[in-house]
Design a protein around this ligand. Structure first.
Ligand SMILES: Nc1nc2c(ncn2[C@@H]2O[C@H](COP(=O)(O)OP(=O)(O)OP(=O)(O)O)[C@@H](O)[C@H]2O)c(=O)[nH]1
Ligand SMILES: [Mg+2]
Length: 465
């Protein structure tokens, strides 16, 4: 039944006058007006719903400390997150440890295949800048290549199992710096990886992945076990080491760790250890979120840590997190003073870290955010300096200071500190830690100090507002 709306309006109320229908409105005009009003009401209800939902999220997130891990690719962000999870979400960590077996085997096989690729190029004399006096690899070495060919199939099988995709094509070296020459990096989308972990979790035997993956893992293990003596011989061969160095072949930071552990990794009942998982390299794509309980007190806030991808193409995804985090942990791998970015070989990696750090310190959105800086990969820095690499050659501003680890750390620490001082929109404290995030013993002390520092600041600010 049709009905008419009668507007009673008070002529003294200005709002009532504005909202009153025009006098002498035709039925057509009235229908159009009512349609417009209904649409306006629908939009208004939608906005109300959104505000309510946002309020609900804010309410839920009250009392959550949010931490953002930032830094260039391979700076150690995901490894830092693993340290937090290992320390503060131990049960989940242990549950998931077995799922890393495929990644660890893939890391190992990729390193072996990278060495074999470099050997092939050397033997085929592909590169025009070949030196005449270089050691000539003869048929003795060709045998290794033939016998280790099955490793290529193992690499493809493991990648398929993980849903891994190859990404950055390495380019040729353009300066006397450690070159990004090696096999392309692979990544696993976090959704695929989560599915992988979920299917491997809660199976009858936690020491293996789920039943359908087991044959691939065991076949891969058998092939690696068959070739392990050849792989070890190649890895320990001084001519191969010299060739890798001369060709500036890029092996991952954990390559040596896994190649040296090949006997332990290539047995059928191998179970990844904490150290193995920390060393496993899986490039981050997408943003990964992890919830932690870092303090057992009932009223202590929960933590949410965001781990992001650090390569240049992924940095645009950082920004939306800037206005919601309480602390940023920035990873600067200071051992990289002689390396160049994989994604842009024109850029020195230490310089890239400085540029990023400057942008973070200057950001207005982060002006109230606690800043924590890890001067990371101290162990690699020490090794480089022990092997006689001179910092001044790559960092002329270092001048004639002693080529010693402590002096280099002191110098760089001051540089990063100066950036905080001169670029921050308002005065702030920044906590700086020299770290090797693969060193679990020292990291457990650092994590407690970082946790206490962040909580102290969080509570101080909660009191202010
Ligand atoms: N030796 C040594 N290796 C490290 C250290 N920190 C990280 N690594 C290794 O460096 C590699 C890269 O570390 P990740 O934590 O994956 O780096 P990321 O910053 O998350 O990189 P993206 O995900 O690409 O942004 C891994 O193989 C780590 O085991 C360190 O202090 N010392
Ligand atoms: Mg990562």
């Amino acid at each position: 039944m049709a009905f008419s709306v009668v507007f009673h309006h008070d002529a003294t109320d200005p709002l009532a006058v504005i909202s009153a229908p025009p006098p002498n409105e035709s039925s057509h005009e009235r229908a159009a007006r009512e349609e417009r009003e209904a649409e306006a009401q629908r939009i208004s209800d939608l906005i109300d719903d959104e505000i309510r939902a946002e309020r609900a999220i804010r309410k839920k997130e009250e009392g959550i400390v949010k931490i953002l891990l930032l830094g260039q690719s391979e700076s150690g962000k995901s490894t830092t997150l693993k340290n937090f999870r290992m320390r503060f979400a131990r049960d989940r960590w242990i549950e998931e440890r077995a799922s890393w077996r495929a990644v660890i085997l893939l890391n190992l096989v990729r390193s072996a295949n990278t060495i074999l690729d470099a050997l092939s190029r050397e033997m085929d004399n592909v590169d025009p800048d070949e030196q005449d006096d270089a050691f000539k690899f003869d048929d003795y070495y060709r045998q290794y290549k033939v016998r280790l060919t099955p490793l290529q199939v193992v690499e493809s099988n493991l990648k398929r199992l993980l849903g891994a995709t190859e990404d950055i094509q390495p380019r040729k070296q353009i300066s006397p710096t450690i070159a990004p020459c090696g096999s392309p990096e692979f990544f696993v989308r976090s959704r695929t990886w989560r599915n992988f972990i979920q299917t491997t979790r809660g199976t009858e035997s936690p020491r293996h992945s789920c039943q359908q993956d087991l044959p691939i893992l065991l076949d891969s293990t058998d092939v690696i076990a068959n070739g392990k003596d050849d792989i070890k011989a190649l890895w320990r061969d001084s001519h191969i080491q010299a060739m890798l160095w001369r060709r500036k072949t890029r092996l991952e930071d954990s390559a040596g760790f896994f190649l040296d552990s090949i006997d332990r990794l290539s047995v059928r009942d191998y179970e990844p250890t904490d150290d193995d998982v920390l060393r496993a390299r899986l490039r981050t794509l997408d943003i990964q979120e992890h919830d932690l309980i870092v303090d057992d007190k009932t009223d202590a806030p929960k933590w949410k840590i965001f781990d992001v991808g650090g390569s240049r193409t992924q940095r645009h995804a950082w920004l939306p997190y800037f206005d919601q985090v309480n602390a940023v942990i920035f990873l600067a791998p200071i051992s990289c003073f002689d390396e160049r970015l994989l994604e842009d070989p024109r850029i020195n990696r230490l310089e890239d870290s400085f540029i990023l750090w400057k942008a973070i310190c200057s950001s207005k959105l982060l002006s109230r955010t606690v800043l924590i800086l890890f001067l990371n990969k101290m162990d690699i820095l020490e090794e480089k300096i022990r092997n006689g690499v001179t910092v001044k050659r790559y960092l002329p501003s270092y001048g004639d200071r002693p080529n010693e680890t402590n002096d280099v750390v002191k110098y760089l620490r001051q540089k990063f500190k100066d950036t905080v001082r001169y670029c921050s929109p308002e005065p702030r404290v920044c906590h700086i830690y020299p770290t090797s995030v693969i060193d679990t013993k020292n990291m457990s002390v650092t994590l407690i100090s970082v946790r206490d520092g962040i909580l102290r600041e969080y509570l101080k600010r909660a009191d202010l507002f």
